[in-house]
Design a protein around this ligand. Sequence first.
Ligand SMILES: [Zn+2]
Ligand SMILES: [Zn+2]
Length: 504
Amino acid sequence: MAYSTKTDEKWQKKWEETGLYKFDRNNIDKKLYCLEMFSYPSGANLHVGHWYNYGLTDSWARLKRMQGWNVFHPQGFDAFGLPAENYAIKTGIHPRDSTYSNIRTMEEQLRKMGATFDWDYEVITCDPGYYKWTQWIFLQLFKHGLAYRKKAPVNWCPSCKTVLANEQVVDGACERCKNEVTKKDLTQWFFKITEYARELLDCLPQLDWPEKTKKIQQNWIGRSEGAEIVFEGADGSFSFKVFTTRADTLYGVTYVVLAPENELVDKITTPECRDAVEQYREQAKKQSEIERLSTVREKTGVFTGAYAINPANGDKVPIWIADYVLAGYGTGCVMAVPAHDERDYEFATKFNLPIKRVIKGEEGVDDTLPFVEDGILVDSAEFSGMGSAQARLEIVGKLSKQGKGELKVNYRLRDWLVSRQCYWGAPIPIIHCEECGAVPVPEKDLPVELPYNVEFTPDGESPLAKCEEYINTTCPKCGKPAKRDPDTLDTFVCSSWYFLRYPD
Ligand SMILES: [Zn+2]
Ligand SMILES: [Zn+2]
């Protein structure tokens, strides 16, 4: 008989009947856990990329089985997320219906591929039996202060009245309606992943990952050793901290820059500068972070009219705002040393701000400005003649005695914003009570089930907020009427832990 899909069918039936690929729980001496990334059932069918992904690991799992390993090779679907919701908005088909119908098709296709998955252990992340544990994890983090709420700016489409992810903003415009996107402050849930920045970095070398991936991870966490330095306002009415890795250049600071969103800006801007500052802040709201951090984009900024005092030499330096400084990074304030930083040099040249050299190159080094390497200090009072590395410690040492500076390690990593004003996700298991504040749903009441009858057409409010029978509840603490949290969790919260779903 020539090979055909009939051959596949014959053997697949046999495998099915004999339970050939079932994991044997009782024989765990030579066990092996083989897990791949689950599919997103956002399209109606699998595409060739799925098999490109699964084919290799499936072959490997087969090999291991032939070598006598008891292979645990489950499969599942990472099933929450925006694509299903957007599809629903477009077609009117409920996300749950479209998702489960896609899952049925994809399961069938995966079986026909002849893969060695053990379907007894199928995991579907939008099943209440799964997200019960997503919610349980949320509660553990909440109890330990690792899930918390704060205000954060989000991309906002004033026309669709909805929050957009960075990927949904195309050239500053809304992907759905093409209108201009702006920023809006919303109270959001965060996971405090920054608590683990150090640990994540320290454990990286032990991982069996490609070096390139480790490097990306390392840059993403972005550890930098430096100092936090206090600048006082020239009128003595305010102060702020800057983080710098180049305290050795402190004597060369000729201006400082605040993020446009920095709360100080309102307070310190002088009446003559207010119009320009307000206008600039409006503009800045429309830029994405990626645009703001781009090194090729021309730098923009405006003067606030206020001055700060350089703590090293008492110089009065102007305070500007510029969108290349982000409120969420470091302190949201930077000291500018145009002689020794390319970005500051470009900015100072454009706006005619003073450029003051305080580092010269060692013998034979080309130190044309901007000179960004370490070197020998000049024009830096008692530190002149010292090398950069030593000066960094000694300058901060002197400042720390005056309470104006300390050595500090900074990370680029920021906390994970996990709440979404969307429908198709795991509900956040928190109840808001006027008396008791944010109260966790008792574990015995999990899962908090996602209701089916919800109006999810975007209008700026979380869809669940409009579902009366869902949102209204009683406070688990005091028994008074209270409201459930209207947001759902980022789909990546569900994706981040399914490898742990099998112990029970
Ligand atoms: Zn829009
Ligand atoms: Zn209460």
